[in-house]
Structure formats: C-alpha cells, structure tokens
Design a protein around this ligand. Structure first.
Ligand code: PMV
Length: 340
C-alpha cells in the first residue's frame, strides 16, 4: 500500500477448530510444513473478532487483546505475523490490532487457531491484499499450524502437500457446517488445567525425534484419514466415534512416549475418557467419541439424540469447570463493526 494514503480498518471473525486427526510433527520447521494431513471441525459459538488498521504514523505494531495492551510473547508472535503480511504486500506501515475472544484465551481451547485465522483475514485485507482461500489458509498457517483449518467452516482437511516450498500445504473445505446437523461436540473445560510447559511447535518435534510410536502412527494415518472422511461423508457416527478414539489414544501414546514425556491430562480428563468408554461398553455401541489436544480439556462428540445419555454418563464427574454444547460452525467472516 503506498505511503500517505488512508489505510482502512478491517474486522474479521474466526472460530476455533478441533482436530479429529491431529497435526503433530513438522517435516520443515522453518516453513511450518507438517508430516501428515489432518482433519478438523470448525466450531460454532466460540469466536475471535479482530480488527487491524495500518498507520503510516505508527512507530511499532500494537496489540490489544481482550481490552488489554499486550506485550511479551503475544505481541512478538503478532509482530512476526504482521512482518509476513508486510512482505507480501510490499507495505512498511505498522499496524494496530484489537482482538477479542468470547471464550478463555490461551486456556487450551485453540484460541491461537481462531486468533491467527482472524488476524490473517483482517491483516491481509487491511494491507490491500486480495488473497484467495488457499492463500489465506497458508498465511494463517504461518502464525499457528492449526489456524489454517479455521479459515473454513464445517469439516476441513489440511493437506500436508509434497512441495518443499509449501504451496500445496493448506486446508480445504470437505463438507459445510450444515452437512451433519445432528453431530455435537460437548466441550468439557477441566478445572486446574496446567499451563502448557512446552509450546506445541516445540513439543511435536520432540515427539518426532524421540517417540518410538511416531513412525507407526505415520504409517497408520492415511488409511485412518480415508476411513474418517468416508464416515463423515455418510454421517456414520458408529464408524466415526471409534476412529476418533483410536486417533486420540494414539496421539496420547506418542506424547507419553516422547522424551521427556508429554502428559497433558488431569485426573478429571482421564475420568471423562473412562466414562465415555464405559458408556459405549454398556450401550453395546459407540454412543460417543472423545478427543483432546495438547491440553487437559476434552471434546466428546455425540449425535443429538444421544446427548441426554452422555450428559447422564458425565453427571457428578468432579473437576469439570465449564461445558459448551457446540455444533459445526462457519469459517472466517468479515464484519462491519470493529472489535473493541
Ligand atoms: O497449531 P499448533 O501449532 O498449536 O499445534 C496444534 C496441535 C494439536 O492441537 C495438538 C493438533 C491439531 O491438529 O490441532
């Protein structure tokens, strides 16, 4: 954008996504290129709203997160991201970024995915770039890997690609949010969830280097991804939920066999997983399927008709601090009103 011209403010909203097949390990750390493709659902209700305005008179990038001026790590990663945007647009102006989450920030509920997806949308447009969806997804990826999936709504696949330059490494929409309206994600926020000791981007490379389970996982993934895509296409909960549990258990095994070991769960998280397994065993069919990321909170997928049975199975489970009953939701949206 040429210097001296008025720079418009642009506001963009994005939602977190939960990975059904996890991204865990990079073949190229510099470019953020993963070893394997991953699958996710973008969620409704939860969102980040971000407004970006470039200003010729600003002397540094500025970030206001949930109404408070950010410094340290949050500001540093926003600045690194804005540098990428400036390089793409050829502009040199610094930016003012205001961002707000309607759910707890940095609590293990994927605020970095919604945060970088919203920032990618708002910053690229505010800089005068007109990126297509694949380019936006690649840009979001440079902030946080999983953010590339939050560009799209509904069921999403992040294709790992093969090219060394990463051009074919971006998310693609598989099915829109309305494809499976009966599918629900019961998100269980766990009390006293520990703060992440090691950033995911660092932890996953430790798994690549040290987990004896990593190579076998990579071999199993293509077939699991294909089976999961098929189950989603046919809305077959009885096929999807066992695959979801298998994937989550394998991801956890890779984490636990990493040296030093990565243990993200609390006793409450483990109790929730056990209760879901018992519910399925008692019913004699896969009523629900669980998953979790590199954090203690648990997502339990269930079809709407079975939600009462799942609620009953979790009744009295100690240590659950919050719960959200979510459905597949939309991808990024550009808004008129600025984030406060
Ligand atoms: O997007 P990152 O770099 O925070 O890594 C995300 C890793 C997992 O959440 C554990 C898996 C995933 O695919 O979202």
């Amino acid at each position: 954008m040429p210097q001296g011209r008025a720079h418009p403010a642009v506001t963009c909203a994005a939602a977190p996504n939960i990975a059904l097949i996890k991204y865990w390990g990079m073949r190229d750390v510099e470019r953020g290129l993963p070893y394997n493709s991953s699958l996710s659902v973008t969620l409704d209700q939860l969102r980040t709203v971000t407004t970006v305005r470039f200003s010729d008179s600003a002397t540094a990038d500025r970030l206001v997160l949930n109404g408070r001026r950010a410094t340290g790590g949050a500001l540093a990663s926003a600045t690194t991201f804005l540098k990428v945007v400036r390089k793409m647009s050829g502009g040199s102006a610094y930016a003012s970024v205001r961002s707000r989450n309607n759910f707890p920030t940095a609590s293990g509920l994927a605020s970095s995915a919604s945060g970088f997806a919203a920032l990618a949308g708002a910053a690229s447009r505010a800089a005068g770039l007109k990126l297509d969806a694949a380019a936006l997804s690649r840009l979001a990826r440079s902030g946080s890997g999983s953010a590339c999936r939050s560009i799209f709504g509904g069921f999403v696949e992040w294709r790992a690609g093969r090219r060394p330059d990463g051009r074919d490494c971006h998310a693609v929409p598989l099915f829109p949010a309305g494809h499976w309206s009966q599918l629900m994600d019961l998100v269980l926020g766990v009390r006293d969830a520990p703060e992440k000791a090691v950033r995911s981007a660092v932890a996953m490379q430790a798994s690549v280097a040290t987990s004896p389970a990593y190579a076998a996982r990579q071999e199993a993934l293509p077939a699991r991804i294909a089976a999961m895509r098929r189950a989603i296409a046919r809305r077959e909960a009885a096929r999807l939920f066992p695959l979801l549990i298998e994937e989550c258990d394998e991801f956890r095994l890779v984490c636990e066999t990493t040296s030093p070991s990565l243990d993200y769960l609390t006793a409450t998280s483990r109790e929730i997983l056990d209760r879901v397994l018992r519910l399925n065993a008692t019913a004699g069919r896969p009523v629900a399927g669980y998953t979790h990321d590199a954090g203690a909170h648990v997502h339990v997928f269930v079809e709407r008709a079975d939600l009462p049975a799942l609620r009953a199975a979790l009744r009295g489970c100690p240590g659950i601090s919050r719960r959200w009953e979510l459905r597949p939701g939309p991808g990024i949206r550009f808004l008129r009103n600025a984030a406060g």
